[in-house]
Design a protein around this ligand. Sequence first.
Ligand code: KG4
Ligand code: ZN
Length: 351
Amino acid sequence: MSDTAPLILGIESSCDETGVALVQANGSPVPQLLSHALYSQIEMHQAYGGVVPELASRDHIRRVLPLTTQVMQEAGKSLNDIDVVAYTRGPGLAGALLVGAGVACALGAALGKPVLGVHHLEGHLLSPFLSADPPEFPFVALLVSGGHTQLMRVDGVGRYEILGETIDDAAGEAFDKSAKLMGLGYPGGPALSRLAEQGDGTAFKLPRPLLHSGNLDFSFAGLKTAVLTQAQRLGPELEARKADLAASTQAAIVEVLVKKSLAALDQTGMKRLVVAGGVGANRHLREQLNAQCAKRKVRVHYPELHLCTDNGAMIAMAAAMRLQAGMQEASRAYTFEVKPRWPLDAISQSV
Ligand code: KG4
Ligand code: ZN
């Protein structure tokens, strides 16, 4: 690896987005994103109402090398300039992860460069460092993706303490499942939030699960059932009231996320909140958090909108930050092993 400015290629393939990016770890205060490219498989999976794992893997295989060529060209670099190849090691779909891991190890072996497996959620968590206004440690993090909903105390790279998490569905799942039963297709989160813009969030009384539980855990499975019951009760009227039901569902999810985030800030005494993961793109969530945090003089940081959902930039960035912090070394073993299930605290050093 060159002494000063290691160039890191990041490959993300854990679910239905192939992402590749190049980051230079010489940035001050944080590494710099040179280029990134993304191919979303959403259209392909739409016909099935959800992600079909085997199709996802096959499509990652088709996309990953052309995307790699694209990011190299856009950054004006050649493959030989790469110092480290990073890939998403987990959690995610096993076959999809194997594509990224296999390509990363093959590239590393061919170029004689080391590889590094990255935790997908650490990628999301550190993605706000790619924004124009990067946060500083320590902070409370609200990680809200399609598969995870967690509140964390973050004291540095690799120093994560989970303060609370969902005991059933994730917030993204609550958006997706509610949207599906309203006939809004896949993935439902963005569609539901678009429709909600035209609706009244107070129109239907929906539960706020675990709002007063006294801890920082979440539960969204009951909300989805309540939305289903409401939709069935509306029957033929649903079509005309869909925007109100979407807005009410969104209001319920967002209220719980905001109140629990504020409780986590109170509990830790911290004045900085970082929001990451796909649901972090939700406009209503951002507005509510901004308003509440402004009142409490808490700074809120988000990833750039286009980097909220899965992408290669966050994987390259997490690798760069881990290397820069001396948390991990890249390996020349090229014996990749993916981890479809992998809790984030498994990679945390004690806070
Ligand atoms: O982080 P992500 O790309 O994938 C996982 O790692 O799971 O998150 C995807 C999730 C999906 O559930 C999607 O519906 C949700 O993020 N999402 C949104 C919005 N954009 C994406 N949910 C609500 N409002 C949005 N604008
Ligand atoms: Zn993700």
